[in-house]
Design a protein around this ligand. Structure first.
Ligand code: SF4
Ligand code: SF4
Length: 443
């Protein structure tokens, strides 16, 4: 770990109020300042890397709210990822079950798009046959296992490569840009429709879309969980899959991936072939909202609304979009451009919902505390739709809303925009039809 990064922290404590774990426990070691002090003590050999330090680093959400709050620009993401890598190398947390789960998930399943899709196909069959409901109903299954089964997301009917061609060109408008589209791993398995929507929105806005079918995971899951070497392997795969030099931009619609994808060059030593390639890549990666605002996207055609047709929507900032990439205004600008919508700001919209990658599985107690808070805030807005731009947040918030029996829909902002564009094409000038379609989408 680079000591200069740790030494940048002046221990001012400005980050403490923004840290979700510190807010909940009020314990110094659960705060960014406390964690950085521990890292410093280990780096300066005043303390050994202990299991208690390792647990502390896995109690951290990696939400990066501290990075936004820090007045001197401490790069907490680098410290967090390097510390988790040291923890994994020390093997201090290893036990047979943890080792098996990590080896299967991180080093086997997420390493190949073929394996991941095969797993997705099997899971889809299991879900369609209703076996998930059957297992959950078995009285002798431990509650923890039932809860884990309940957390498995529904696999989409099609994967991204089945509904997006390798190359697509705009039909009604000349292509002004050529962009690559990243389809992700969880996004590909569960939310391939969001990928299709993203491709449609890009086409509508004059972008030729290049979408290589064999892309796979970007490695953000690996980097956040101490497997930087595996993250490097996956980055190389993506760098080789796209014709980077030909593209104006490489687009992601997943906040957690975007925050990692924009820093591929950090994975490679200076002066190497892959570092040079990654430096070009890093400059071209855009979050979809960021790209649409940059190119001056076409807002959907306005149509008059009756008071009943105004749908109240709100927006949750995914941590790795607002803190990791500093993108807050762009999704709001897109949502505010939609006709017949009343946009209500969510209180503490940029506070973590508790999903945080696999944190909600590893630390369910803290994750659910944060989720319950988020649901309470959503309830206060009276919104019937909550938008957010990360697959983990979409799934976890949906789970929280269901648990509280709230009839509130979750949707990615780009899916909503795509729906508006499609309404224009399908329904021409009929306001009644548009209103009916909007109601059908949102309720
Ligand atoms: S990443 Fe989030 S949980 Fe971790 S120290 Fe920073 S603010 Fe706290
Ligand atoms: S991380 Fe930044 S805000 Fe937090 S204590 Fe250190 S210098 Fe202050």
């Amino acid at each position: 770990m680079d000591p200069a990064v740790i030494q940048k922290c002046i221990h001012c404590g400005m980050c403490l109020p923004s840290c979700p774990t510190y807010q909940e426990t009020k314990i110094e070691r659960n705060s960014p300042r406390g964690r950085i002090s521990l890292m410093r003590a280990i780096a300066e050999k005043r303390m050994d890397l202990t299991a208690s330090f390792a647990h502390e680093l896995y109690f951290c959400l990696g939400c990066l709210a501290c990075q936004t709050a820090c007045p001197v620009g401490v790069d907490y993401k680098t410290l967090f990822e390097a510390s988790r890598q040291d923890i994994e190398k020390s093997k201090i947390l290893n036990n047979p079950l943890r080792l098996l789960a990590r080896t299967f998930l991180i080093k086997y399943l997420f390493l190949s798009s073929w394996r991941l899709r095969t797993f997705g196909r099997l899971l889809r069959i299991y879900q369609r046959m209703g076996l998930d409901r059957f297992f959950k109903s078995l009285p002798f299954l431990p509650a923890k296992l039932k809860d884990m089964l309940g957390q498995l997301p529904s696999i989409a009917p099609h994967f991204s490569y089945e509904i997006i061609s390798t190359r697509e060109i705009p039909i009604n408008t000349p292509a002004r840009w050529k962009v690559g589209l990243l389809t992700g791993c969880v996004q590909d398995l569960v939310f391939s429709k969001i990928n299709r929507d993203t491709a449609d929105v890009l086409l509508y806005n004059g972008c030729e879309v290049i979408c290589p079918p064999e892309q796979g995971c970007c490695g953000s899951l690996h980097a956040h969980n101490g497997e930087l070497e595996t993250a490097e392997r996956l980055a190389k795969k993506l760098l080789a899959a796209f014709p980077i030099e030909e593209l104006d931009a490489i687009i992601t619609n997943s906040a957690g991936c975007g925050s990692h994808l924009k820093h591929f060059s950090d994975l490679f030593p200076p002066g190497t072939f892959w570092r040079q390639k990654a430096e070009v890549w890093d400059k071209k990666v855009y979050d979809i909202h960021e790209w649409l605002i940059k190119i001056g996207f076409s807002p959907p055609q306005a149509f008059p609304c009756t008071s009943q047709s105004h749908t109240v929507i709100t927006y949750h900032d995914a941590c790795h979009l607002c803190h990791g990439q500093k993108i807050k205004n762009e999704p709001r600008a897109i949502l505010r451009s939609l006709p017949c919508i009343q946009f209500i700001e969510l209180e503490e919209a940029d506070h973590c919902c508790g999903s945080a990658g696999i944190y909600n599985i590893l630390q369910p107690e803290m994750a659910h505390k944060l989720l319950n808070k988020k649901v309470e805030k959503i309830k206060k807005t009276n919104a019937s739709v909550v938008c957010t731009a990360n697959p983990g947040c979409l799934l976890f918030i949906e789970k929280g809303l269901k648990k509280h029996h709230l009839n509130i829909q979750t949707i990615h902002p780009i899916s909503l925009l795509a729906q508006y564009y499609r309404m224009k094409e399908r329904d021409g000038g009929s306001i009644e039809k548009k209103e009916a379609n909007l109601a059908g989408l949102i309720h």
